[in-house]
Design a binder for this molecule. Structure first.
Ligand SMILES: C[S@@+](CC[C@H](N)C(=O)[O-])C[C@H]1O[C@@H](n2cnc3c(N)ncnc32)[C@H](O)[C@@H]1O
Length: 226
């Protein structure tokens, strides 16, 4: 696998991104920092799709798994000034950096950061009676999306929007040709099973997009009898 490989024609992506404008002034230096330190923050084209989804759905309570240094977390908080954002990161160093970055971005009053595993924190929030997250962004360990999702469904509203990033894994999800030595087989099989679940379960309506490293946009619907 070539980790620099784009799943779409590079010149097309470059053209699209040439139209990108940072939606908020404070985000520009933050993005530069992430890109300089090669921290895998959401790509510009992914951010653009998320902006549109947020504009259309106006979420009030957002749950994110995979904070890293908090770029997307700050982006969610700035895009939705009435929303509360909860984000989980398992790496302590990144978590500490994110705490500082939320203060610097001026959104720390609406952002709650947790250090730990995404599923474990979702379970803890459920036990504490938290619910009604109307938007979820899953952007963490690629092999674990299914267990993240199962726990998240316990704390979301009846018609939540769930966005999963990096689902195409540099093309490997689509074709074994991109993993000739089978080094990522487990990841790939887990991601394919996750996507099949999103496509087959009647509670989900999902569109798969070749944006960034692949995006699954899912509308969840809870049925009263389930
Ligand atoms: C792609 S980065 C997140 C980027 C961030 N969402 C952004 O766009 O600015 C993925 C992050 O998920 C974290 N992570 C991986 N497995 C995790 C888990 N089980 N629970 C919580 N965070 C996890 C990694 O440490 C890493 O910082």
């Amino acid at each position: 696998m070539n980790l620099d490989m784009d799943i779409t024609d590079r010149s097309v992506t470059e053209y699209i991104n040439s139209k990108y404008k940072p939606p908020y002034e404070k985000l520009a230096p933050f993005r530069n920092l992430g890109e300089r330190d090669r921290i895998p923050i959401i790509r510009k084209e992914t951010e653009s799709v998320l902006t549109m989804l947020l504009d259309l759905t106006h979420p009030k309570k957002i749950f994110e798994i995979g904070t890293a240094i908090g770029y997307s977390t700050a982006f969610f908080a700035m895009s939705c000034p009435d929303a509360e954002v909860v984000s989980v990161e398992k790496d302590e160093y990144a978590f500490r950096a994110a705490q500082l970055n939320m203060k610097n971005a001026g959104v720390d009053d609406r952002v709650r950061l947790y250090l730990g595993d995404g599923q474990e924190i979702a379970d803890r929030l459920r036990e504490e009676g938290e619910h009604d997250f109307d938007m979820v962004f899953i952007d963490a360990g690629k092999s674990h999306y299914r267990r993240f999702l199962d726990s998240v469904l316990e704390i979301v509203s009846d018609e939540a929007l769930i966005v999963s990033d990096n689902i195409l894994e540099h093309g490997m999800t689509a074709s074994d040709d991109y993993d000739p030595k089978n080094k990522h087989k487990t990841n790939i099989l887990n991601m394919r099973a996750y996507i099949n679940h999103l496509m087959r379960d009647r509670r989900f309506r999902t569109t798969l997009m070749s944006v960034g490293d692949g995006l699954a946009v899912t509308r969840f619907r809870r049925y009263p009898d389930e």
